[in-house]
Ligand binder design. Structure first.
Ligand SMILES: [Zn+2]
Ligand SMILES: [Zn+2]
Length: 420
């Protein structure tokens, strides 16, 4: 029996992992500079958390969630998104006590049973930010700016930030009415799900993926035209702060978020080569979520993006994330006595953070030198009988061929030379 990887998943192989590490490190560094701390939640939660937060009629819950029952009959789900788990952790750990706002970020896999296609997988790696505890529009702009500077900082040029306001429960009443009036004459052309949604939740018609529904929805009224006074002021303030941060944006009244708990600001960053622009990340305010899952009413805003699509966009724009790291030095140890004597120094150099490679399966000088070349090591550390007698090592620059002797008494000098 030969086993195969599950459809819609992938292995990150060693020659690719440095790219992921760089993206993770860049995101962590930027988030930390803005005062955000990492939070990790389990990969599975009670299924009810997602049913409650996303709405039982949402596609995510109905069609895309990996659900399972454990040995005691409890129903869990692999997390399809990161916001509800973070909100759950916020409520459960009483994070409302103390500092007024909690600035959080996460990196981790999410799971959705979806049709696999380019940049879309059943297990996908997400990065996200959640700011909980304030509805100050400054934070809307701050959260957006982290996303913007993360993506543009990687060198992506074809980026576009689109923002919208999806209003609040107060202004969505008038909007829902306008939508119902718009969709009712099209009733018989809508998919069965949408025929139900008209009365239950007309805004969900706007992100139906059925082509006929999509076409009808493209002419529907937009929330932006139905904002109340407060929501208009809030949205104007977000735009002002973005301008102060010199972040270019366009207003796209067609942006809706796929989940029920979003309010006010919604945004998306699209990127990739022209013509085939893709949503790289998106987010928005979710002032309604915490109360919905049993917490106190608490304003919050966040975003999430997928690393897979980001890597595709980087590739399309020809942006390199560097190379597979090559060894700083390759140890060429000739003869058993030399090999034994050098072993502690090999470790000592590695403990100083120097990437020293050694191949114990090769013994001749020639074979070891060839291995050093193959690995594209910068230096060879040559240690044979002469060096053993002199308690020194020969450092050879493998590009220029220059070489110099270093005493093993003081490894710092040698380490410095290798670091350059
Ligand atoms: Zn409103
Ligand atoms: Zn539909």
């Amino acid at each position: 029996m030969r086993y195969k990887i599950p459809r819609g998943t992938y292995d990150i192989l060693p020659q690719q992992s440095y790219k992921w590490q760089k993206l993770f490190a860049d995101f962590r560094k930027l988030a930390a500079a803005y005062g955000y701390a990492e939070i990790s939640t389990p990969m599975f939660e009670q299924a009810g958390l997602f049913e409650r937060s996303s709405g039982e009629s949402s596609d995510v819950v109905k069609k895309e969630m990996y659900r399972f029952t454990d040995q005691k009959g409890r129903v869990f789900a692999l997390r399809p998104e990161g916001t509800a788990p973070v909100a759950r952790a916020y409520v459960e750990n009483r994070m409302d006590i103390g500092a007024a706002v909690k600035k959080l970020y996460y990196i981790g896999p999410m799971f959705r049973y979806d049709r696999p296609q380019a940049g879309r997988y059943r297990q996908f790696q997400q990065y996200g930010i959640e700011l909980i505890g304030s509805d100050n529009p400054f934070y809307d702009a701050e959260v957006i700016s982290i996303l913007w500077f993360f993506l543009s900082g990687l060198g992506l040029k074809n980026l576009r930030l689109e923002i919208n306001s999806v209003g609040c429960p107060n202004c969505s009443q008038a909007y829902d009415k306008a939508l119902q009036e718009y969709f009712r004459p099209h009733f018989s052309d809508l998919c069965p799900d949408c025929q139900v949604r008209i009365e239950q939740n007309p805004r969900r018609l706007l992100d139906c993926k059925v082509p006929s529904c999509k076409e009808i929805a493209s002419g529907a009224p937009v929330q932006l035209d139905y904002l109340d006074e407060d929501c208009r002021i809030q949205f104007a303030a977000v735009q002002k702060h973005l301008e102060l941060m010199e972040i270019p944006f366009t207003i796209n009244p067609r942006i809706v978020r796929g989940l029920d708990y979003y309010t006010h600001t919604a945004f998306e960053v699209v990127g990739g080569s022209l013509g085939a622009q893709n949503s790289l990340a998106g987010g928005g305010r979710y002032n309604g979520l915490l109360e919905q899952i049993g917490g106190k009413s608490t304003p919050a805003i966040g975003f999430a993006g997928g690393f897979e699509r980001l890597l595709l966009a980087l590739e399309e724009e020809g942006i390199s994330l560097g190379d597979v790291p090559a060894p700083d030095a390759f140890a060429i140890l000739i003869g058993e006595a030399a090999r034994d004597a050098f072993t502690p120094y090999l470790n000592a150099l590695r403990l100083k953070g120097i990437f020293v490679e050694f191949d114990p399966d090769k013994s001749s000088f020639k074979a070891q030198l060839k291995a050093a070349d193959n690995r594209q090591a910068r230096f060879a550390l040559i240690f044979g009988e002469d060096e053993l007698a002199a308690n020194s090592v020969t450092l050879r620059d493998l590009q220029s061929g220059e070489q110099k002797n270093y005493s093993l008494e003081n490894l710092d000098l040698l380490a410095e030379a290798i670091r350059g």
